[in-house]
Design a protein around this ligand. Structure first.
Ligand SMILES: [Ca+2]
Ligand SMILES: [Ca+2]
Ligand SMILES: [Ca+2]
Length: 355
């Protein structure tokens, strides 16, 4: 009997050790500094963007919105100024970002914009900009009405206990959106433990003025979120699992998980080419360099495209790669008519030629 007990304990200890070993290996993969081979495009820096453009979204008429100046706990930041929203006309011969004036009841001194999304109301062509905002490290969503040429009128601030760690949003109506939470625990130690143990607790939340609820869960860390051109599918970048999760929108805005596509990098925000349906991802090839920032050995940038994501064999390709000497910490890449805008967490932004 005692021998049996010993065998059982030894088996349990071995299984536990194997599990811990497996998790250490996984964590090592997440934190690994991949040495990247540079692959450049013909690009130039965007004027006026020195402290990051974490998220970028482009309207069909070529107007791009840029969310700039993010201050986020896990990332370095090099400006004491509050964040700003810029606009850029890609149809202009020399596109230059211009700061949007914000009117209405919003505290601009603590404005800290993160993920953004635009929604055009087809009834009257009104454009609404949804912005994740982190004043005093809180998490809330601001809704603005965009008024040509350069004004945002603040309409409302949305807060909710389920919107506790919002990274990005995708608007699906004038007052409706999906939001991705990039962590489950607000406590850093518990959050690290959940990542170490590989427990996928993160959620996508659906918001409408009538109800707020969890639309999808089981995600390790939900970062960028976006929608297919036909509005049938929602894409979420699970940054820790280095994959894009695909969900189908069903009745009453429930999301049904379909599959994940491995991307081999820690991918941040997602833009979707409205013509072809390709996904463009701003990714981090060296996560350790990102958190332990050293200007002598900066974190690199990696832009990944996924073609035919709904087919049996999606095509995942590197479209732009830099070792940090040109561009650090890319978070978003948005294509438009042969051009590609690339934004970063805290560094500059690029406008590149794809042709
Ligand atoms: Ca976004
Ligand atoms: Ca996952
Ligand atoms: Ca993000």
């Amino acid at each position: 009997m005692a021998g049996m007990k010993k065998v059982l304990v030894a088996a349990l200890v071995a299984a536990f050790a194997a599990f811990i070993g497996h998790r250490i290996l996984k964590l090592h993969q997440i934190l690994a500094n991949r040495e990247v081979t540079v692959k450049h495009l013909k690009c130039h820096y965007l004027k006026n963007i020195e402290y990051g453009a974490e998220d970028i979204t482009i309207l069909r008429d070529g107007l791009a919105f840029l969310s700039t100046g993010l201050k986020y706990s896990v990332l370095p930041s090099f400006s004491d100024e509050p964040g700003k929203i810029y606009i850029l006309d890609l149809l202009h011969p020399k596109p230059t970002p211009v700061e949007l004036q914000i009117k209405g009841d919003l505290d601009l001194s603590s404005f800290n914009p993160h993920g953004i999304s635009v929604y055009t109301d087809e009834a009257d062509d009104s454009v609404y900009l949804f912005v994740v905002n982190h004043p005093q490290n809180k998490s809330q969503v601001e809704v603005f009405h965009f008024v040509q040429e350069n004004t945002l009128v603040h309409l409302k601030t949305i807060t909710h206990p389920l919107l506790h760690s919002v990274n990005d949003i995708v608007a699906v109506g004038v007052e409706n959106f999906y939001a991705s939470n990039d962590r489950f625990f607000l406590n850093d130690a518990l959050q690290f433990l959940s990542i170490f143990l590989g427990v996928p607790f993160c959620q996508v939340v659906y918001y409408s003025p009538k109800e707020v609820r969890v639309a999808a869960d089981g995600i390790s860390s939900a970062n960028g979120i976006n929608i297919s051109p036909d509005k049938q599918y929602i894409y979420v970048s699970d940054i820790i699992d280095r994959e894009v999760d695909i969900f189908e929108r069903r009745e009453e805005e429930q999301l049904v998980y379909l599959k994940s596509v491995a991307v081999g990098s820690l991918c941040d925000n997602i833009d979707v080419d409205h013509r072809r349906g390709d996904l463009w991802l701003g990714c981090h090839p060296n996560s350790m360099k990102l958190s332990k920032y050293d200007p002598e050995d900066p974190p690199g940038s990696e832009i990944i495209r996924i073609k035919d994501i709904h087919s049996e064999q999606p095509v995942v390709s590197q479209e732009y790669v830099d070792n940090g000497h040109v561009l650090q910490a890319s978070t978003i890449a948005a294509p438009y008519e042969g051009k590609l805008l690339i934004g970063t967490a805290f560094h500059k932004a690029l406008c590149c030629d794809l042709k």
